[in-house]
Design a protein around this ligand. Structure first.
Ligand code: C2E
Ligand code: MG
Ligand code: MG
Length: 678
């Protein structure tokens, strides 16, 4: 059937109606047909004129969307929607109550059939404004009966709800939200709530106002709901919250979250008379990795560590990143001290497997400090401090974990005292350099002297470098210390040389100083200023400094060797077991770590290290030789140089000079290696 024939067929019975009626094509925005009253309503001279009329101007985008929505919703049904419409034929407003239904036309088109009934505009302009506002507003307004069944929805609400038939309670994604809205309605006849609601487009955050009021049709109590979509604002708020409360790198809760969580969990544990524990996890030498391999890789390492820590978590435990390489974990309040120790073991194990990033195989170990509630205190800050102190104690002991003990507080106080007094000591030149000899294993003559820093404080007494070098490194004071020792030691070397004692001088280099841009310049200046011969100057560096096979390390080492100074690896065997770098870098000697000779024992690893040294043509020095048996063993196994309390402790320059003077005497009594080996 043609469109014209179809219109003719449909319009015949409609033309008999006395009220205005017309067929409207929403696609073309065109009146297809109108009865005589309809033509009059539009103030048209004829149907033909009305059909030609351009309706685009009078129909806004929102009206057009709404009309399209009716086509979709009412197509294939006999349902109708009634709305107040105001028409402006030739600019004059006139209001009608319009019943809108859909006629299914040929070619799968839908036309609107509008049947208008005149309203008395003069008497009720207020109603007109209200109904017009209700039609055009983007606020979704709907009325539900007390059981939550939808009774009315304005166009915006219809668009939002779609063809869904959910009741009001069913539209709340979170049942608790509906419960609290319902409670408020029951008590105050009104509720304001922001909740996640089901809409035709899926869940969305809405701001809702619910009011109990009489239904204008039935008179029954009903719920008038007005809602607006606040999803965008909610998403922005979520983002702000996320940024404020979680760590952007690892996604873990941040310090702010941690503090509030800790406070509230401690309160809970207190009211329930339960206990709990805090674990402070700090990564060993993370700064070194970050500085040598770059921050991007450091970041990836932190992400990987966060994942591994997360994998250790059980129900109700709380993990956060406080910043840098510091993580913290709160146990469940049912868990005891022994469980915190178990957890510490678990964390150490979880991090034990090397982490592969960008072709680097990174071994990272944690130092963990534990404090227990209520045993060590009830205050969140205090417990954090104690876990921190315990973590420091673990770090000083070379890693692993420690449970807080009261004496750690005194240790920390001492550390703070050291920090305060060290600056004074540097400024007042109260530091001294002592010298410990290194003897030739073959005949006992002094090959070199190692410069070791000494500090005697009037009240603290002798402070070990093991205690203050780390403080100096953290505070930057290491720079002054390195310069002082270098100048002092090189000057001493030249003095000995002028006295006929041609011994080399070894200076320990801190990893922090080694990486400084101007370190090479410092060494060159010291050589120039003191006149020391570079081939008699040895720098003791540690394995960790070479860990990163980066161009920077290569360049520093090349610059140092181009000055002519020698390089030794100190404490060899205590750190990384990657032997590859021994070949790669221009080294001269290795000093076997003292731990292989501890307690008068001799580790079989020593033999292995001596062999490695021989293979790579590196001089092998044994440090920490305390007994004749150790010395005999080392001599018999071909170790090149010996250093330790058996021969001498570090001594001041005067005593060291005397030691050099007694050289001949010592060499005469030096044990014969062949005899010992036999
Ligand atoms: P290190 O370079 O490995 O020095 C050897 C340490 O072992 C020295 O401790 C020395 O006194 C001690 N020692 C030597 N022989 C024996 C022995 O037979 N038995 C035992 N038990 N110990 C022995 P010291 O002087 O307390 O220095 C400790 C560490 O502090 C040094 O280890 C070094 O890493 C660092 N250090 C010392 N002076 C300086 C310095 O001027 N600059 C830097 N950056 N670090 C320094
Ligand atoms: Mg040393
Ligand atoms: Mg050493």
């Amino acid at each position: 059937m043609t469109v014209d024939a179809y219109i003719k067929m449909v319009s015949y019975p409609l033309s008999l109606l006395s009220t205005p009626v017309w067929l409207f094509d929403v696609e073309q925005l065109q009146v297809l047909w109108a009865n005589a009253a309809g033509v009059a309503l539009w103030d048209a001279s004829s149907l033909g004129e009305l059909q030609q009329r351009n309706m685009t101007l009078g129909i806004t985008r929102t009206v057009r969307e709404r009309l399209n929505q009716y086509c979709d919703d009412l197509a294939g049904t006999t349902d109708s929607v009634t709305e107040h419409w105001t028409f402006y034929p030739k600019g004059r407003p006139c209001s009608y109550e319009c019943a809108i239904s859909v006629v299914d036309a040929p070619n799968q088109q839908s036309w609107l059939l509008v049947n208008a009934t005149r309203q008395d505009t003069a008497s009720d302009s207020d109603t007109l404004y209200r109904s017009s506002a209700l039609l055009h507003t983007s606020v979704c307004v709907s009325v539900f009966d007390r059981s939550g069944v939808l009774k009315y929805s304005n166009p915006a609400a219809r668009r939002m709800l779609g063809a869904g038939t959910l009741t009001l309670p069913e539209r709340f994604i979170n049942a608790d939200d509906w419960r609290s809205a319902h409670d408020a309605l029951t008590h105050n006849a009104e509720a304001n709530i922001e909740a996640q609601m089901m809409t035709a487009a899926g869940p969305a955050w809405h701001n809702l106002n619910l009011e109990l009021c009489p239904d204008p049709v039935s008179g029954h109590r009903s719920i008038l709901v007005s809602e607006t979509d606040v999803s965008d604002r909610h998403a922005a708020q979520q983002l702000v919250h996320q940024l404020a409360y979680s760590d952007t790198l690892t996604g873990l809760p941040n310090r702010t979250s941690w503090l509030s969580q800790l406070e509230s969990r401690l309160e809970q544990a207190c009211s329930r008379r339960r206990q709990t524990a805090i674990l402070f996890v700090d990564l060993d030498r993370f700064k070194l990795i970050n500085d040598t391999l770059g921050h991007a890789l450091g970041d990836q390492l932190l992400i990987a560590v966060a994942q591994r820590l997360n994998s250790c978590l059980q129900d109700n435990q709380y993990l956060a990143r406080l910043g840098g390489d510091e993580f913290t974990l709160l146990l469940d309040e049912t868990q005891t001290g022994s469980q915190s120790v178990k957890m510490a073991h678990q964390i150490i194990e979880a991090l034990a497997m090397p982490i592969r990033i960008d072709g680097h195989e990174l071994s990272i170990t944690p130092s963990i400090g534990i404090s227990l509630y209520p045993l060590h205190g009830s205050d969140a800050n205090l417990l954090m401090q104690q876990a921190d102190l315990a973590m420091y104690a673990a770090k000083e002991a070379g890693g692993g974990f420690r449970v807080f003990e009261p004496h750690m507080t005194t240790q920390m106080q001492r550390r703070l005292q050291i920090e305060n007094h060290l600056r004074e000591a540097i400024d007042q030149q109260a530091l001294q350099v002592h010298y410990q000899p290194k003897l030739c294993a073959v005949d006992g003559h002094v090959i070199g002297m190692e410069a070791l820093i000494r500090w005697h404080h009037p009240t603290l007494g002798w402070v070990s470098p093991n205690d203050f070098i780390a403080v100096a490194e953290e505070t930057g004071m290491i720079r002054d210390i390195t310069r002082f020792v270098l100048f002092e030691a090189l000057l001493q070397q030249t003095q000995w040389a002028s006295q006929g004692y041609l011994v080399s001088i070894a200076v320990n280099v801190s990893p922090v100083e080694f990486r400084q841009d101007d370190f090479v310049v410092t060494v060159r200046n010291a050589l120039r200023a003191t006149g020391a011969r570079a081939e008699y100057v040895e720098l003791e560096i540690t394995e960790s400094m070479l860990m990163a096979d980066s161009n920077a390390v290569q360049a520093i080492l090349a610059n140092l060797t181009s000055l002519g100074v020698k390089l030794a690896i100190d404490d060899f065997g205590s750190g990384y077991s990657n032997l590859g770098y021994l070949q790669k870098f221009p080294l001269d000697s290795i000093k076997i770590d003292r731990s292989f000779l501890s307690d008068g024992e001799i580790s079989p690893v020593i033999e292995l290290i001596i062999d490695v040294g021989k293979t790579l043509s590196l001089a092998v020095v044994a440090e920490g030789v305390e007994t004749a048996a150790q010395s005999d063993y080392l001599i018999a196994h071909g170790c090149d140089q010996l250093q330790g309390f058996l021969f001498s402790k570090a001594m001041n320059a005067q005593s060291a000079t005397r030691f050099l003077g007694a050289q001949e005497e010592r060499c005469m009594h030096w044990p014969n290696a062949t005899v010992v080996a036999a």
